[in-house]
Design a protein around this ligand. Structure first.
Ligand code: DHB
Ligand code: FE
Length: 266
């Protein structure tokens, strides 16, 4: 039996799509081109590539539902670390790493390295959260995530770190590089047809989780990036924009980033 929610949203979706077709006098040929785009996106997708998501991201749908979800969470959400979209490149079961380790399995040349550190905190009490998981992923200096890049080893630039009693975390990663979303597929083709650029400002992705707390999917963005106000998938939020600070006396990193994550308890 159809759930009331499914009934409601499908009726609404149908109504809006019908209105869209009437308003724009969509022809059979245009409709077929649209169906073809959806089919192509599916054909391009597998466990390494989520073209359907890419397609909806370039028209801002994931960013929109992120904002709606965040707003639904109510006032408390205002003070927690802001959420941001998941994007198509997260992989489950990233390797567990020791605090202070690097996510670079392979020497990564072409980008500066960063020591990122801080605390995971309870929003309400300000107390550290023990055993919080920080799952992060980022692209290489060539702008490719490990699963897109035959030159990177499996699970490179990914890792899961767990805080101790003090809520502290630290790891080495790359200072992220700006890069285009993949333009070799249907989503990229559409962008090009619209004379739009494909660049995302330099960012690092995170999913934070801890027992008793709401999981948090987010990204941080490099303030110095020239695309910071012009993200192809509309994910930047002011509070997620950070400054990488030059670091002296560490042979493993040229930059440092201190950042605390604040989670809401259930
Ligand atoms: C998208 C998100 C990313 O983080 C990325 O690296 C590429 C694409 C997206 O939302 O489609
Ligand atoms: Fe990304």
């Amino acid at each position: 039996k159809a759930s009331p929610r499914l009934r409601k949203v499908m009726a609404s979706l149908t109504r809006h799509l019908h209105d869209f077709c009437r308003e724009n006098e969509i022809t059979v040929d245009e409709y077929m081109a649209g169906v073809d785009l959806i089919n192509k996106a599916g054909q391009w997708s597998d466990d390494r590539r989520n073209e359907g998501q890419l397609l909806t991201d370039i028209i801002g749908l994931e960013s929109l539902v992120d904002e709606i979800t965040y707003t639904l969470a109510g006032e408390a959400a205002d003070a927690q670390t802001a959420t941001a979209i998941l994007g198509p490149f997260w992989r489950k079961d990233a390797p567990k790493r020791q605090m202070g380790d690097s996510v670079m399995i392979k020497d990564m040349e072409g980008s500066d390295h960063t020591l990122m550190h801080g605390k995971v905190l309870d929003l309400e009490t300000g107390k550290p959260i023990a055993n919080a998981e920080i799952d992060l992923w980022q692209a290489g200096p060539n702008g490719l995530y490990e699963q897109q890049d035959p030159d990177q080893p499996d699970m490179n630039l990914r890792g899961r770190f767990f805080t101790g009693e003090d809520g502290v975390y630290s790891f080495y990663c790359l200072r992220p590089t700006a890069y285009p979303i993949p333009v070799d597929g249907p989503a990229g083709k559409l962008l090009t047809m619209l004379d739009r650029h494909a660049m995302r400002p330099a960012h690092i992705h995170f999913i934070l989780s801890a027992e008793g707390y709401k999981p948090l999917t987010t990204q941080i963005f490099d303030r110095q990036d020239k695309h910071i106000d012009n993200d192809a998938v509309f994910a930047v939020k002011d509070s997620l924009v950070v400054e990488f600070v030059p670091k002296k006396g560490d042979s493993k990193a040229q930059y440092e980033l201190q950042y605390d994550f604040k989670l809401i308890s259930y």
